[in-house]
Design a protein around this ligand. Structure first.
Ligand code: ACM
Ligand code: ZN
Length: 629
């Protein structure tokens, strides 16, 4: 009995010993009440620890630490100040005495903040750096420029801030609704702002103390409407909002901007965007056409690649590395570029296969602009659903070739701000999901267990410290139909399709509608079957039965073009040959938006065969289960 109690006590100690986010590599708990305030010893750059960590990759050696906490105080060993700093972050989360030996799985653990769509000021940024550092995040990527506002002082091109940092419209949505007009600094209607160089230096100073590298992103050649507004000579012609790679003026401006950016930011990486450029104007622009002819470029993708390669030469000549969104692979990747993979993981895979470095930030796991809880009960997001658990489940090396870890630098969470007007809402979207990304980047997969209680504790402390984090105690969670399944008469029964599903969204193929498994909040979770055509299926219940209800839930998510059906028809038959239409359910909802709507009807009938037909409104329609009772 005594041994059992000792064992239970030891287990309890182990379970609670791992209280940190991100989870450390090794933690051996010991007895006693920890003294977290008295430093007994500090060895930075000592021989013993250098020897212990000698076989680690260089980045891990630099970030490694050992922390011993006893009732008398704590002792830290590390090779660098950064390792020492990480030991202190772990110390703050220690609940027991014990010995921690720890280093990161990946060298790059990042967060991207969009301050273009809604401006966020220096103080807000400084506040977030503290929380990021506590998670051992070491890269802060600032999306400083985009259509909705230029946010960094550039002395050589003052109109970028004087005009293009100010707009008509408090929110991004207002600005879009009012025709995307810019304003002037000081004008009564002007909304926006920018970081001065002094602001940025303050951010950089604090970030350096927190061992966070700050990566500036200067978008090109797309998402550059504000630049073309301030300096029209770098656009193709009136009505074109991308930069013109045909004109020398474009390169002069970009290099002038980058020179000041490079002077300001010590970051080894300079991010140049590269995503989502609308290249259609380039096909008609005489300057672009002349450039393509002179350089022997076959298409507009190669023209973008020409621009990025030329900018890369400039950045490399200044001793820095070019980082860009995965579109920079199109038309040929620049020789030394690092790719940020956002449209899934394919871009990262291709970059790695080509011998380049990649940072993984696939939308499915890393886009924190998706809502984190039941979309119908949350503030409006930018479309889509990403729970804390799904973010935490990301495995960056999955699907990567052997040896990929040589080039897979790490992971990053991105928080775009189109739908996030306030600071409070920004924090709500950021926390606690960025903690999940931090753990994916730092912790070995075997150490990720027990995340819920650990992150809840971390998040509660964050809320207590004045951050407006999402409260995990109030999480609604996945759709009940997804979590619990759906009981009904047709489960396991055969379904015959008169039209097949769309190839991209097969879900569980013929089993989808009668597998008793409901879809979640996300159309891409493998439970929702997608169609561009009619849905027209027949379920065979095997015997004639009383039927009192038939229906199915459709989801709408306008962003990716998924809409509720125009109408649903229910037909019944005793023999599978002669069907009688028993209900037509029209879609009478006037507005579009993310929603989950049951198209069903009570019935008083007997039948063996149920035919379920749905006509699309436009684009896709998605259905998870046909419920028969
Ligand atoms: C991106 O989300 N357009 C990189
Ligand atoms: Zn052009």
């Amino acid at each position: 009995m005594k041994r059992l109690l000792t064992l239970l006590a030891a287990l309890a100690l182990c379970a609670s010993a791992y209280s940190q986010v991100p989870a450390p590599l090794e933690l051996t708990p010991s007895e006693g009440t920890p003294n977290l305030t008295r430093e007994i010893s500090r060895k930075i750059g000592g021989k013993a620890f250098a020897k212990k960590t000698a076989n680690l990759p260089a980045f891990a050696r630099e970030q490694a630490y050992q922390l011993i906490v006893t009732p008398k105080g704590y002792k830290i060993e590390a090779n660098t100040q950064q390792g020492y700093f990480y030991a202190l972050q772990t110390l703050k989360q220690m609940q027991t005495c014990g010995t921690v030996y720890d280093y990161p799985r990946f060298q790059y653990r990042g967060f991207m903040m969009d301050i273009s769509r809604h401006f966020r000021d220096k103080d807000f940024i400084l506040k977030q750096l503290e929380a990021l550092a506590s998670l051992k995040i070491n890269q802060f990527h600032m999306h400083l420029t985009d259509d909705a506002g230029w946010r960094i002082q550039i002395d050589k091109y003052p109109l970028l801030t004087r005009q293009a940092a100010w707009r008509v419209g408090e929110t991004w949505q207002d600005w879009c609704d009012k025709g995307r007009q810019y304003s002037q600094e000081g004008a009564p209607e002007a909304r926006g702002g920018y970081l001065t160089k002094a602001d940025i230096r303050e951010i950089l100073d604090r970030a350096a103390q927190l061992h966070i590298n700050v990566i500036p992103e200067i978008e090109m050649p797309g998402h550059s409407r504000e630049v073309v507004f301030a300096y029209p000579e770098v656009g193709c012609r009136e009505g074109s909002y991308e930069l013109c790679p045909g004109k020398e003026a474009t390169f002069e401006l970009l290099e002038g901007i980058l020179e000041e950016v490079i002077e300001l930011f010590p970051s080894p990486y300079i991010h140049v965007g590269g995503d989502e450029a609308d290249k259609s104007h380039w096909k008609e622009c005489p300057d672009c056409q002349a450039r393509m002819k002179a350089e022997g470029l076959a298409n507009v993708e190669e023209l973008q690649s020409y621009l990025i390669k030329r900018i890369e030469r400039f950045i490399n000549a200044h001793g820095r590395q070019l980082l860009g969104w995965d579109e920079i692979l199109e038309g040929g990747l620049s020789p030394n570029a690092t790719v940020m993979s956002w449209r899934g993981t394919q871009g990262g895979l291709e970059a790695i296969q080509q011998g380049h470095d990649a940072v993984m930030t696939p939308g499915r796991y890393c886009y924190l602009d998706k809502v984190q809880d039941a979309p119908i009960y949350e503030p409006e997001g930018f479309g889509g659903f990403l729970s804390l658990d799904v973010a935490h489940s990301y495995e960056p090396l999955e699907g990567m070739p052997e040896g990929a870890e040589m080039h897979l630098l790490g992971v990053q969470g991105n928080l775009w701000a189109e739908r996030i007007p306030t600071d409070e809402h920004y924090e709500y979207m950021m926390y606690p999901r960025i903690a999940a990304i931090a753990e994916v980047g730092w912790s070995q997969p075997s150490r990720k267990e027990g995340f819920r209680p650990r992150v809840t504790r971390w998040n509660d402390a964050l809320i207590a410290a004045g951050y407006h984090a999402f409260d995990l105690h109030k999480e609604y969670g996945e759709r009940p139909a997804f979590k619990n399944g759906i009981r009904h008469k047709a489960v396991g029964k055969k379904v015959t399709y008169n039209h097949l599903w769309n190839r991209g969204y097969p879900a569980a193929r013929e089993a989808t509608f009668t597998d008793g498994l409901g879809g979640g909040w996300s159309y891409g979770d493998g439970r929702w079957q997608g169609f561009l055509s009619d849905i027209d299926v027949v379920i065979d219940l095997e015997t004639e039965q009383d039927i009192h209800f038939v229906g199915g839930t459709f989801m709408e998510e306008p962003g990716p073009g998924i809409f509720l059906p125009k109408s649903v028809e229910i037909w019944l038959s005793a023999d599978g040959e002669n069907f009688e239409q028993v209900a037509v359910i029209p879609n009478e909802i006037q507005k579009h938006g993310q929603s989950y709507v049951l198209f069903g009807t009570p019935l008083t009938a007997r039948a063996r065969f149920v035919r379920f037909v749905a006509h699309p409104t436009r684009g896709f329609h998605f259905l998870d289960e046909i419920v028969v009772n």
